[in-house]
Design a binder for this molecule. Structure first.
Ligand SMILES: NC(=O)c1ccc[n+]([C@@H]2O[C@H](COP(=O)([O-])OP(=O)(O)OC[C@H]3O[C@@H](n4cnc5c(N)ncnc54)[C@H](OP(=O)(O)O)[C@@H]3O)[C@@H](O)[C@H]2O)c1
Length: 249
């Protein structure tokens, strides 16, 4: 019960890694608030997590977090743990990347996440912590992954500066960087057909020394560690949960 009565906001908490984390936080006593774009999966997630509350909000719209933060301020007056997990992927070779694709990904993964953090900061104080979901893709040179990699590298960069800016206020900031994890992300519109997705999955498994994709719960447990007092001397870290994949680059 490391999070008993703690207020935990998960941006992108209705699917995959975020949903798994929401379940684990709730099991450890947290008051969980999740956000996402899909009202249907928000409702399903909230129904499955004891005491959870859900809000719809697309972080590509930088004003979307304001009413959510206001609602949390009215209900709890604070955020103890902020998990900024929302993200989307897209594969395209450099020659085929359009400004529209670049903006679509960066408006969520980088700009959206940055301003979501900024919107939440007024509710965060000493002893609270922020975890952001990066990716091993931010440093691994995977062909076709330039847009996504750049967005996650940007997120990692601002997280480290945020960690420095907030250290005197007693707020810790860390990044969790998953390798290939079995979530709905890979089956979404990432610019590939079914056969290409199957081939990508095989290629990803081949790149992991542990020889498998990760389970979202394996990322969630690292998120909970970083968010908890167990990590009281950990800030500005980037923890890979990737079965050793990054070592191959
Ligand atoms: N799975 C992997 O192999 C892998 C590897 C490295 C990093 N990651 C990162 O892990 C994070 C979670 O991804 P996942 O694998 O768990 O995939 P997922 O199941 O697709 O989850 C993505 C989450 O982000 C939310 N989201 C996306 N765009 C949003 C927006 N504009 N505003 C608000 N919420 C938004 C989604 O909500 P909706 O469903 O409502 O859109 C969903 O909750 C992402 O940041 C991803 O880049 C994943």
């Amino acid at each position: 019960m490391r999070f008993k009565d703690k207020v935990v906001l998960i941006i992108g908490g209705n699917s995959g890694i975020g949903l798994s984390s929401a379940q684990e936080f709730a099991q450890e006593g947290a008051k969980v608030v999740i956000t996402g774009r899909s009202q249907q999966t928000i409702d399903e997630a909230v129904a499955s997590i004891s005491g959870a509350v859900g809000h719809q909000g697309d972080i590509a719209d930088v004003t979307a977090m304001s009413p959510i933060v206001e609602a949390i301020a009215a209900a709890h007056g604070r955020i103890d743990v902020l998990f900024v997990n929302a993200g989307v992927g897209a594969f395209a070779p450099v020659r085929e990347i359009t400004p529209e694709l670049w903006d679509e990904i960066h408006n969520i993964n980088l700009r959206g996440c940055f301003f979501a953090v900024q919107a939440c900061l007024p509710l965060m104080g000493r002893g609270s912590s922020i975890v952001l979901t990066g990716s091993v893709g931010s440093t691994a040179p995977v062909p076709g992954n330039a847009v996504y990699a750049a967005s996650k590298a940007g997120l990692r960069a601002f997280a480290r500066i945020l960690a420095k800016e907030l250290v005197a206020e007693g707020i810790r900031v860390n990044v969790v960087s998953p390798g290939p994890i079995e979530t709905p992300l890979i089956n979404r519109n990432i610019g590939m057909g079914e056969a290409e997705v199957a081939a990508l999955r095989q290629a990803m498994i081949a790149a992991v020394p542990m020889g498998r994709m990760g389970d979202p719960r394996e990322v969630a447990r690292t998120v909970l560690f970083l968010a908890s007092d167990d990590a009281s001397f950990v800030t500005s870290a980037d923890v890979c949960v990737d079965g050793g994949a990054l070592d191959l680059n």
